[in-house]
Ligand binder design. Structure first.
Ligand code: PEP
Length: 246
């Protein structure tokens, strides 16, 4: 699973160029779930561009709210299904830090989505928590919202150390592998149905470092911010994941 998080970036012109360059760079391979979460406003425009270029890319959203109704600026599960979106990111560190989302609100979002669309729950420690060797405690706390829940099979986790997002710094690939194993174990032991989720890595992934992460046993894909804004880099990363590099 390779997912692009465009955050608050993009334009109609960018989408037109992106789709064309992605199409020219991507080497076809049917087995990987490739998705883009654009800003909500561009969902339909991006979907049209992807269809017009014959690309096998799913569209998703960067966040979701718990219900429809009197909730200014929100979008609901019913709406994203209506727009044929196939996944949602939940609990991105920017939602936690800029918009003050708590484990409690993130848990309510997880419950409201259920298995309606694929969910990618983001977890990750800050630089300070990492320096204090607190990573596993922080992850355990963020994953505590799964305790006792029956988790759907289309549920994944993205491990995104906050200090690695947009900085060019990353943990080593061995460290990432170790943390992903830890996350899988925690989710397996705390979810009611003992699921072992796919775990994506996110944080400064690009087409130069992707291979070192993807060769790790417990890395099941990536969530990509900055590098996903260029159709060429994103297609290169997808090709690397698919073992299709030229
Ligand atoms: C992200 O914010 O989800 C992310 C992974 O960003 P970047 O790839 O730019 O570090």
């Amino acid at each position: 699973m390779i997912i692009a998080n465009w955050k608050c970036n993009g334009s109609k012109k960018m989408i037109q160029n992106w789709s064309k360059i992605y199409k020219d760079t991507y080497i076809p391979f049917d087995e990987t779930f490739v998705g883009i979460a654009p800003p909500y406003l561009y969902v339909e425009h991006l979907a049209n561009s992807i269809n017009a270029n014959g690309l096998d890319i799913k569209i998703g959203v960067q966040d979701i709210d718990v219900s429809s109704g009197a909730r200014t600026s929100a979008i609901s599960v019913e709406m994203i299904k209506d727009m044929e979106c196939q996944f949602t990111i939940i609990g991105h560190s920017e939602r936690r830090n800029i918009f003050y989302e708590s484990n409690k609100s993130i848990s309510a979002k997880l419950d409201s989505v259920g298995s309606e669309v694929a969910t990618i729950l983001c977890v990750g420690e800050s630089a300070e928590e990492n320096n204090n060797k607190n990573t596993k405690n922080v992850l355990e706390d963020q994953l505590s919202i799964i305790k006792g829940k029956i988790m759907p099979t289309n549920f994944s986790i993205a491990y995104e150390p906050v200090w690695a997002i947009g900085t060019g710094n990353t943990p080593t690939s061995d460290e990432i592998n170790d943390i992903h194993k830890f996350i899988k174990d925690v989710v397996q032991s705390s979810s009611e149905n003992s699921i072992v989720p796919n775990v994506l890595y996110g944080g400064s992934v690009n087409d130069a470092n992707a291979k070192s992460f993807f060769k790790q046993e417990n890395v099941d894909g990536a969530l990509i911010g900055g590098a996903s804004l260029q159709g060429k880099s994103f297609a290169n990363i997808v090709n690397i994941f698919n073992g299709k590099t030229i």
